[in-house]
Design a protein around this ligand. Sequence first.
Ligand code: PMP
Length: 356
Amino acid sequence: MRLEDLPIRDDLRGMSPYGAPQIDVPVRLNTNENPYGPSEALVADLAEAVRRGAGELNRYPDRDATALRADLAAYLGHGLTGERVWAANGSNEVIQQILLAFGGPGRTAMGFEPSYSMHRLLSLGASTEWVPAAREDDFGIDPDKAVAAIEEHRPAIVFLTSPNNPTGTALDPEVVARIVRAAPGMVVVDEAYFEFARTGTPSALTLLPDHPRLIVTRTMSKAFAMAGTRLGYLAADPAVIEALLLVRLPYHLSTLTQTAARVALSHGRELLGTVDALRAERDATVTWLRGRGLAVADSDANFVLFGGFDDRHAVWQALLDRGVLIREVGPPGWLRVSIGTSEEMAAFRAALEEIL
Ligand code: PMP
């Protein structure tokens, strides 16, 4: 049986699945994970919390993850409470729930490309037409052009990503505010990498009190170093969360996920303690790459987009041959490297030096 022979939906025919390669190599710098694993103390607390909760795994989890949402709200600050926060299995699931509630057949979603490819793929999966709008040469968004594109297409959902993946570009909340005022529907600001932004960069969370159609998504996969836990979340008006309750699966967040996320949050200071080192390593990487004469996008995230290659695939492959896996993503001629430990970045520089 071949896929083409199955009676799948017409709009899925010919699509490719999300597929960042998972290759076992010494230096993995391709999915923007935090390279630092959890401490012994966190592992011990987690094991103990799981042991205590395991005796009740015959019962369904708290369907509304009330305690976890309160903890996430406390972490976010900005006067938020648990009823303005929602959580799911990674921010990918959060985004899928937003699309199921606010997108759908006959509706469109707009994003500013290059950006995170799952916004488009999840839109298509939810039968929502994808309308790409362009970024400027410096990967920023021109607010006048954005407003014009929104007025032309009237999207049900606008995706903004700040800092943007794969370019690392952060958005000024003034630009976000203008887009929210122009948008007829929901505006999602994907802040998966917010914790890595340069100090002083304001979060779109500051706009929430005045903008009930704004949703800010976050994740524990990046700065919190918990990608394996699968925990993403959002902050929004309580009415938005009421809408998401209509489309979420009952008991979507397992007891083990809720437990792991709460233990990680209780170790938040320690987990986020790696952020300063990663920021410094990022800035050093940008400087080093520029010193090699390459084009490099300014980055507020834990990765750097660099380019100017006639054959980027050859560079990607040559790095892989030297045990360094990065990502072939972004506009033609560009590559993205996630920021790892200083040893991993030294291996990346040594390998790239050889290739150049
Ligand atoms: N948003 C952006 C911009 C991302 O880059 C990613 C992960 N690559 C996600 C969301 C999804 O992260 P997760 O599902 O692990 O929370």
